[in-house]
Design a protein around this ligand. Structure first.
Ligand SMILES: NC(=O)C1=CN([C@@H]2O[C@H](COP(=O)(O)OP(=O)(O)OC[C@H]3O[C@@H](n4cnc5c(N)ncnc54)[C@H](OP(=O)(O)O)[C@@H]3O)[C@@H](O)[C@H]2O)C=CC1
Ligand SMILES: CC(C)(CO)C(=O)C(=O)O
Length: 329
């Protein structure tokens, strides 16, 4: 904690999900955000959040920097105290983020919190920051940022939080749950957070790449024919089998319930349709979370000899799509 006991938090890669957690944490914490394409607008005007849960026209004006190296010179609290928490809110693109945040992680003090989709994303942080607690979260927070600095949020706000690996001391994860709850957020502690991560993944590994590839919302994709919904469900079931091989049970009924959430949106109007974050990325020309969400899942299947032919095709296609976006940038 800082000297006055106000928790000091840095949010790295603040786009749509990060802005919602910035709004919540700003109530009781000192906050600094690292922004990239939205830096100028956020520096000038802050974030405006329109949320069906928290309210409209919520304005948050944090301390804004372009990168973690800038922090020491622009720290709003100017107290030279280390950050208590570094929240990683950017897309989970492997191989980049640990070195980007290293300047703000103080060994023996800072706790790293990953607010990202995907599976098996934690190990690069353990390697880069041995001994630093790694808190991992399954994120339920339906958001978009359009235009820069303006975030729309609806339907749900919930984090399922645990320590990584699950054998590590759970204290840092439990403390983060307490902090977020004090801010009015919804946070649950899980002794093994990989269970809710796999459960969330059945949605993300199916809907995200398929909607990105087809440039269709969930409802538009289902409207293309009954085989479309069947494909989504088949991919979900493949992910369930992979999860099971790794010791995490997700039943067919649970997968059906996830699919049902999308089916229930049919005919409810455009605003109820889901534009998964990977579809947003394609539309904005951003790199896709191919490896965190799809590639790691396929590899987890291969490691246990679980066939996942449909997911493998999706992986091949979405990897090519991501490559073409990368070459165009
Ligand atoms: N959006 C949603 O509804 C949900 C998203 N998620 C997950 O949450 C995570 C965050 O998603 P979301 O908020 O949608 O992502 P966004 O793309 O909206 O925001 C990420 C932000 O991080 C910035 N960023 C990326 N790399 C860097 C860097 N090196 N330095 C500084 N800034 C950087 C991006 O900048 P730039 O614009 O320049 O790329 C962007 O502003 C993802 O893992 C996603 O899968 C989970 C649940 C729902
Ligand atoms: C909102 C949701 C659940 C849609 O699949 C999501 O996690 C994402 O967009 O990445």
């Amino acid at each position: 904690m800082t000297t006055d006991d106000t928790p000091k938090v840095l949010l790295f890669g603040v786009g749509s999900v990060g802005a919602v957690y910035l709004y919540l944490l700003s109530k009781v914490c000192s906050t600094t955000v690292v922004c990239r394409s939205n830096y100028d607008v956020v520096k000038k005007r802050g974030f405006v959040i329109n949320s069906t849960i928290f309210g409209d026209n919520l304005l948050v004006k944090p301390n804004v920097v372009r990168n973690c190296g800038e922090v020491s010179t622009t720290d709003s609290s100017a107290d030279n105290q280390p950050f208590d928490y570094v929240l990683v809110c950017s897309k989970a693109i492997p191989g980049i983020i640990p070195s980007e945040i290293s300047a703000v992680v103080t060994p023996g003090h800072t706790i790293i919190v990953l607010l990202q989709n995907g599976i098996n994303i934690e190990e690069e942080y353990v390697e880069a920051f041995p001994g630093t607690p790694i808190v991992s979260a399954a994120v339920y927070c339906k958001t978009t940022q359009r235009p820069a600095g303006v975030v729309t949020h609806d339907e749900i706000e919930k984090l399922q939080i645990g320590i990584y690996p699950p054998t590590a001391s759970p204290g840092p994860a439990e403390n983060f749950v307490t902090l977020l709850t004090a801010c009015g957020g919804t946070a649950e502690f899980w002794p093994d957070v990989q269970q809710p991560r796999w459960y969330k993944l059945i949605m993300n590994a199916s809907w995200n790449p398929i909607c990105a590839l087809t440039r269709a919302t969930d409802v538009d994709f289902m409207a293309s024919g009954k085989e479309a919904t069947e494909l989504i469900f088949d991919v979900m079931l493949e992910v369930c089998e992979i999860a099971k091989a790794h010791g995490y049970t997700i039943t067919r009924e649970q997968a059906e319930a996830q699919l049902q959430r999308a089916k229930a949106r049919v005919g409810q109007g455009k605003s109820r349709e889901v534009e998964p974050s990977m579809l947003q990325d394609v539309r904005e020309g951003r790199r896709l979370e191919v490896e965190a969400i799809v590639g790691n899942t396929v590899r987890a299947g291969k490691a246990k000899g679980v066939p996942c032919p449909k997911l493998e095709v999706v992986y091949m296609l979405v990897r090519a799509l991501d490559g073409s976006i990368g070459r165009a940038n």
